[in-house]
Design a binder for this molecule. Sequence first.
Ligand SMILES: [Zn+2]
Length: 141
Amino acid sequence: MQRSVNQHFEYNIQLRNTVKVITKVTTKDIYWHLMNKKPCEATACSKWELMYPNFVFNWDKIFALSYSFCTETKLQSFQFRILHRYMLCNKRLYDMKLRESPLCEICDEVEDIPHRLFYCQECKVFWNQFGAWWENHQLEC
Ligand SMILES: [Zn+2]
């Protein structure tokens, strides 16, 4: 989207292949301009890949999973926030200078997203119990 000023001192905007005076631009113009843009990879993807270099990420499939496996909006939103690394944890709050320490209050390790969801002592208890429940559930099926 490029901007310019014409001889009448009106702002012009280039949308797709046309130039329009800004006062004549409709939401439909902006919608189609955005729809025709090339999709870009979320910055969170490269951060996850850096954290787990041995894992092969199929991002199209990963992003589609949250919508194909569950219909609960809150769970979809939760998965979206995890994938986009938009989840508050002590490390993030510390980086934003909103906390004095990045450490977890339970186990004194740096609390980032993986720690908060998987590696914290409290989470390990949950995952162990869930694993046991899942094994029993699998045997019943
Ligand atoms: Zn912890």
